[in-house]
Design a protein around this ligand. Sequence first.
Ligand code: NIG
Length: 406
Amino acid sequence: MSSKNNESTAIFNISELHTQDAESRVIKDAGIVFEDGKIAWVGPSKDVPAADVSVDAEGKAALPGWVDSHTHIIFDGDRSAEFEARMAGESYSAGGINVTTEATRAASDERLSGLVRDRIRQAVDGGTTYLETKTGYGLQVAEEIRHAKLAHQLKEDGELDTVTFLGAHLVPAGVDADEYLADVNGPMLEGVTPYVDWADVFCERGAFNEDQSRSVLQHAKDAGLGLRVHGNQLGEGPGVRLAVEMGATSVDHVNYLSDSDVEALAGSWSDGDRDNGTGQRGTVATCLPACDLSTREQLAPGRRLLDAGAVIALASNCNPGTSYTSSMNFCVGTAVLQMGLSLHEAIRAATLGGAIAVGADDEVGSLEVGKRADLHLLNAPAAIHLAYRPGMPMTHSVWRRGVRAV
Ligand code: NIG
């Protein structure tokens, strides 16, 4: 069942096809055709047109490939001892970022790019077909530029899809905060801008305060980058408010939200005058359930956000400190089991929601003619098995840009 970029592929006998299209259709006994890396046809299995390669899905369920809109996979080093201490009662603090930064700076280009490629492979093996990642473990001008270039090269190679600059992850140990901020907003930003699509800031106690975060976002906006924010992870704070004020495309973590934060996120989708420079209308609230479990923080209030009318995404936040997993199957299962989302809402948040969070919903996130041929065939006759059999190997096969990847 292999396929090449220029071969058309017809997949038939799909038990249920979760389109996530405008009508949110779930087509029973469905088929789908890929041509030139795009979806060319979607409909009933009995009507599937002929193609170069024909695949019998044998009654398995199919979804859009996962869109993982938040990861930090450019790193070296091990922090399992920190995790073990946390499980023994220590609380998470951002300071562990320094440990990863030290190990990552010491890694050669070749080693670092090999590590990142391995992590991408693992993500794709779990059904992820669109992947964001960030810098943020360099925290020096030359290192942040090195990580941005590395990620850009992987994007050019078609392995990564979009890249974020997170020089404002933490003020590195032993460095003056004002001097560091001047670097982030000056030579670091200038050096990474050709290689990245977004800028992000960790707006949280122990990282960057509201004024510092605003200045990072404003400089990045002036440089033409899209904006994202890490906010409200460890307590209520200014992150969500600032993200909405600055027109950020997403604010991620969102564990501790006041009523006015929730209103601001929901309201961002009905503010007709809003211009965040990316063509997006509002700020997506990105929930990171694997991180919440690994840090023993309260789960992000996905149900409350949806009920208020906000747009949410689910992402893995794969990183060595707070969420060392890229399993979107696990995140979706957890969202259903623990966050009060329906299966359909959880799948939507991990596909179309993620796509909106990275400004790519014209291209990916749903199974519609003309979109990228990114498909995830499950090892199950119904997608509810993602939550019904948590932790089981649910990914049967994956197509990315129309090419069989798993
Ligand atoms: O998204 N919150 C900030 N950054 C990462 C954690 C980084 C780390 O601890 O290494 C996160 O959880």
